[in-house]
Design a protein around this ligand. Structure first.
Ligand SMILES: *[C@@H]1O[C@H](CO)[C@@H](O)[C@H](O)[C@H]1NC(C)=O
Ligand SMILES: *[C@@H]1O[C@H](CO)[C@@H](O)[C@H](O)[C@H]1NC(C)=O
Length: 146
């Protein structure tokens, strides 16, 4: 009996940590046409089972809805429901997950990529999320004086 309640209380501590601690909103600047890494670092002091780990990146749409940028679960990347505009341009780094790194690589940055992103990490212990705002700088090439 003692053992059961200990397991339960440890479980609720872990739940509390993952559910209530959410990352600070950060801003990342990207150059038009280049690649960018949207940084998302989640608390990983509790051993999270890789099998149950789910990482979802969404972008806030015009009506406040979440547009699917990238989804990873059951140890795989899933294309279903992914926004057309992000197809083939996103990548996660599974080898970094055990260190609590769910950063997303976005290639060939477009002006429309600018906006607010949400990195959502969930597992059997609860979920954790962080907002990242992306600013895209476009440098219009000036004519070279002759
Ligand atoms: C997260 O992983 C990416 C890809 O390997 C790496 O570039 C970045 O430095 C990592 N961030 C941290 C804080 O470890
Ligand atoms: C993150 O994902 C979990 C599981 O899908 C969900 O319950 C939770 O509401 C999501 N959090 C946010 C902030 O979207």
């Amino acid at each position: 009996m003692t053992r059961v309640s200990l397991v339960c209380s440890l479980h609720s501590i872990a739940l509390w940590t993952l559910c209530w601690v959410s990352g600070e909103e950060t801003a990342i600047t990207a150059q038009y046409g280049k690649d960018v890494t949207l940084t998302c670092i989640f608390p990983s002091k509790f051993k999270i089972s890789f099998h149950r780990l789910s990482i979802t990146w969404t972008k806030e749409g015009a009506q406040g809805q979440g547009l699917l940028v990238h989804r990873f679960y059951l140890k795989m990347n899933w294309r279903e429901g992914q926004e057309e505009a992000y197809r083939g341009r996103t990548q996660l780094y599974p080898q970094e997950f055990p260190q609590g790194n769910a950063s997303l690589r976005l290639s060939d940055v477009r002006l429309q990529d600018e906006g607010s992103y949400l990195c959502n990490v969930s597992c059997e212990l609860g979920s954790w999320s962080q907002k990242i705002s992306l600013i895209v700088l476009s440098t219009v090439p000036l004519p070279v004086p002759r």
